[in-house]
Design a protein around this ligand. Structure first.
Ligand code: ARG
Length: 459
């Protein structure tokens, strides 16, 4: 196979070396970006008088033909080429002849691949953001419908205080909202065009880098040609943001798995999003949630892989950098699939509100409120804490809840208890009295929901 660099060589590359070196099997994903970059490049070359208008037009027509043919399946990306750049260039020359050989003027594969990958990643950042937005919309819908769905809140996976499903989901709303803001930062930071950096030291042709940057929708050109061809920070940042998204999805998945157990039965996952067992007929497993949790490791792996690849690389381009692609592509696809499936799963999931409320009644989730009641009756908090502790012990012994005790029993432990204690520690009071900003009380929860709606409407 004729390579792009035959001139200096007297011998063909060993086949195993060729295969080891080649990247076409994975960088073929970049065909669109490669063509898009080349079109911008020749448009600029012609504007600068480096290429004739006829050559430019022939090249663009040829490139558009390649793009159309690949997209409609008429042209297969042939694995005999070393990489996508060689494939496109060879195909162009085959189509339009001489003019095709002028495409690579003032360019290196180093700035070419840097551009292609940046264009591709930029699009993936946008796609991921759109999926996050859909997830947030699903979360917010559940929040709106469940401001009065009481459930236990946990610390140490032990029942702590009563809360609502809206409040619990609201926590995830904040996490995924931060994920979106991270993506926005990454997008803005990466949105500079490396094209024109050449192999590493720019070029002697009078390129207009501002112009190509503008043609490709970048905020401007990058400012150091060595950095331009060897910067993969933006990719590492994106993998880090994807890892964070996966971590959030994984925590959420873990909760759904717990809520779906026979012991909890807080949720019922839709049949379309669960699977059965080949031997146990009664089984309905939360496989999607488990897989999302499982795939998190894979995305973290991509981040670690690229961080490690980059850590010892001297300036500027090194072939090690070709290793960015497979892991990054896999992580981008994995995270997006997980977002899509997870959103579908929670949109169709049913809540057993009766079980949730019943669970919130157990486990002394109103113990804090009982202590606060005594504080209102003049008992110092530290003493109140001790008294309610004693009360809990008494209830454990009797196998009942605080609310089940008679006023006489309560008074025997502390004479400050009055008839109004029952109302003060009811599930509803425990939730609705919590009105600090960010708490589950309906009044304040509705304010947060309103703000969240406005946020989604804005961007
Ligand atoms: N396949 C290479 C990569 O992904 C393209 C750049 C090749 N440049 C070079 N000087 N060999 O990094």
């Amino acid at each position: 196979m004729a390579s792009l660099w035959g001139g200096r060589f007297t011998k063909d590359t060993d086949q195993m070396v060729y295969d080891f070196n080649a990247s076409i099997n994975f960088d073929k994903k970049l065909y669109k970006q490669d063509i898009q970059g080349s079109i911008a490049h020749v448009t600029m070359l012609a504007k600068q008088g480096i290429l004739t208008v006829e050559d430019k037009e022939a090249i663009i027509k040829g490139l558009e033909g390649i793009l159309a043919d690949v997209e409609r399946g008429a042209l297969e990306i042939d694995p005999k080429y070393e990489d996508i750049h060689s494939f496109v260039e060879a195909n162009l020359i085959e189509r339009i002849g001489e003019a095709g050989k002028r495409l690579h003027t003032g360019r290196s594969r180093n700035d070419q691949v840097a551009l292609d990958m940046r264009l591709y990643t930029r699009e993936q950042v946008k796609n991921t953001d759109a999926l996050l937005k859909e997830l947030l919309e699903a979360i917010l819908t559940t929040m709106e419908e469940n401001v009065e769905t009481y459930m236990p809140g946990f610390t140490h996976l032990q029942k702590a205080q009563p809360t609502t499903l809206a409040h619990h989901y609201g926590a995830y709303f904040e996490m995924f909202k931060r994920d979106r803001s991270r993506l926005k930062d990454i997008y803005n930071r990466m949105n500079y065009c490396p094209l024109g950096a050449g192999a590493m030291a720019g070029t002697t042709y009078p390129l207009d880098r501002e112009y190509t940057a503008e043609l490709l929708g970048f905020a401007g050109p990058t400012l150091n040609s060595m950095d331009s061809v060897s910067d993969r920070d933006y990719l590492i940042e994106f993998l880090s943001a994807l890892s964070m998204i996966m971590m959030h999805l994984s925590r959420f998945s873990e909760e759904i798995i717990i809520w779906n157990t026979n012991e909890y039965q807080f949720v019922e996952i839709d049949d379309a999003y669960s699977t059965g067992s080949s031997i146990m007929p009664q089984k309905k497993n939360p496989d999607i949630a488990e897989l999302v949790r499982g795939k998190t490791g894979r995305v973290y792996g991509a981040l670690m892989s690229l961080l490690t690849t980059m850590k010892g690389l001297p300036l500027a381009y090194n072939k090690d950098m070709q290793e960015d692609k497979e892991v990054a592509f896999d992580a981008m696809e994995t995270a997006q699939n997980c977002l899509m499936l997870f959103t579908g799963m929670i949109k169709t999931m049913k809540f057993r509100k009766d079980k949730m409320a019943k669970s919130a009644l157990g486990g002394f989730t109103n113990a804090t409120d009982a202590a606060d009641y005594l504080v209102l009756k003049g008992v110092p908090f530290r003493d109140a804490h001790g008294i309610i502790g004693q009360l809990v012990l008494y209830c454990i012994d009797k196998n009942c809840a605080i609310d089940d005790l008679s006023l006489d029993e309560l008074k025997s432990i502390c004479d400050k208890f009055e008839e109004d204690i029952y109302d003060a520690i009811s599930l509803q009071t425990c939730v609705e009295k919590r009105l600090t900003l960010g708490a589950p009380g309906m009044e304040v929860m509705n304010k947060v929901i309103k703000a969240s709606k406005e946020y989604l409407a804005e961007d």
